[in-house]
Design a protein around this ligand. Structure first.
Ligand code: PHE
Length: 351
């Protein structure tokens, strides 16, 4: 009997070594220690033994049961450790590794420039106001001191909208953002400092003109606004945007809506305003200066059209083309301005 018990134990220890998962381990335990297990059925015979012998065998049987339990416990632990190790293996990750990101875009260089311009002028008290992109002739020309059939209108190569004429004339896609001037006088309380930025459209398309381009314009109306303010505000922009060592030059010009009127040049960044680089004519400017903007003191007729008391208030206005301004600072080597709007990612990703 004792031998048989020992045999059972050895058998158990033999098989348990080969067990590699919890289910088979459970089955094995039942097979040996369960209610209908091998140990129980062997012990059935113990009842027929003499008292003395029964005690001895009983003790041995218990020892063997314990031994089996111990092996079972050890194996169970071992399997758990193994299982844990495979989980760790399977689910391991290096949290310090850079993640995989969805590809991120960025703002178009023109949009970035617009935000920058807004920032520069907000520092000296200018508020950005909206620009209607489609507007009446009344705001685009008429109230800007350009009566119907005035030849000055031809300079703007305007696109007209094929729509019935209203009380304020024909509809146009704005050829400049100056349509906002009289609108602002109508809409805002005086005095004010306004910045407006929008798309302008002209029937021009060549390497230096895109039929759609951007302008930003400044309109400042107050008591005692004069030419020195005009120069000062332009200089503030040029120094903030291009750097403090650039100078500006105002050349007399003619616009119907300003008097006097100017064209604004800034000294060339490439040749520092000399027009020469190593004794060769500067490729960028040819003569030291780059033309960038139109400017002037607002014409009294325009102020009157906007209901402004011209005895009390004067105003200054100027406008820059944004693409040109941006390309000049970046020293962008773009031989065709229209490249900006071709949606070619290889181009826009560079900025
Ligand atoms: N609107 C003019 C243009 O587009 C520029 C300008 C604005 C000139 C304001 C003077 C004052 O050419």
């Amino acid at each position: 009997m004792k031998k048989e018990l020992e045999k059972l134990k050895n058998e158990f220890e033999g098989v348990i070594k080969k067990v590699s998962d919890k289910d088979s381990l459970e089955k094995l335990k039942n097979e040996f220690l369960g209610r209908k297990g091998k140990v129980k059925s062997l012990m059935k015979n113990v009842a027929s033994l003499a008292d003395e012998e029964r005690k001895v065998i009983g003790k041995i049987a218990n020892e063997i049961k314990d031994a089996i339990e111990v092996s079972y416990g050890l194996k169970e632990k071992e399997l758990e450790v193994q299982e844990y190790a495979t989980i760790v293996d399977r689910e391991w990750m290096d949290v310090t590794q850079p993640g995989t990101f969805a590809e991120q875009g960025h703002l178009h260089p023109v949009t970035k420039t617009i935000y920058e311009i807004e920032d520069i002028f907000s520092k000296i008290g200018f508020t950005r106001i909206p620009v209607p992109e489609v507007d009446w002739d009344h705001y685009a020309f008429e109230t800007l001191n350009m009566p119907k059939d005035h030849p000055a209108r031809d300079d703007w190569e305007t696109f007209f909208i094929d729509a019935p004429e209203g009380k304020k004339g024909k509809l146009v896609v704005i050829p400049h953002v100056s349509n906002v001037q009289v609108r602002a006088m109508e809409d805002y309380e005086l005095p004010f400092r306004a910045l407006y930025i929008g798309r302008s459209y002209r029937r021009q398309s060549d390497t230096s003109h895109s039929p759609m381009f951007h302008q930003f314009e400044i309109l400042m109306i107050d008591e005692g606004v004069n030419f020195t303010h005009l120069r000062g505000v332009i200089e503030h922009f040029v120094h903030s945007y291009f750097g403090p060592d650039r100078s500006i030059r105002l050349r007399p010009h003619h616009f119907r809506f300003t008097e006097p009127s100017f064209e604004v040049d800034i000294s060339c960044g490439l040749c520092s305003g000399t027009g020469e680089l190593d004794n060769i004519q500067c490729k960028m400017c040819k003569e030291g200066w780059l033309e960038l903007a139109g400017a002037g003191m607002t014409h009294p007729n325009v102020l009157k059209a906007g209901g402004v008391d011209t005895k009390k208030y004067t105003a200054l206005a100027f406008a820059f083309g944004i693409e040109r301004t941006m390309m000049m600072r970046a020293g962008m080597n773009v031989d065709d301005i229209r490249t900006l709007y071709k949606n070619d990612l290889r181009f826009v990703r560079q900025f």
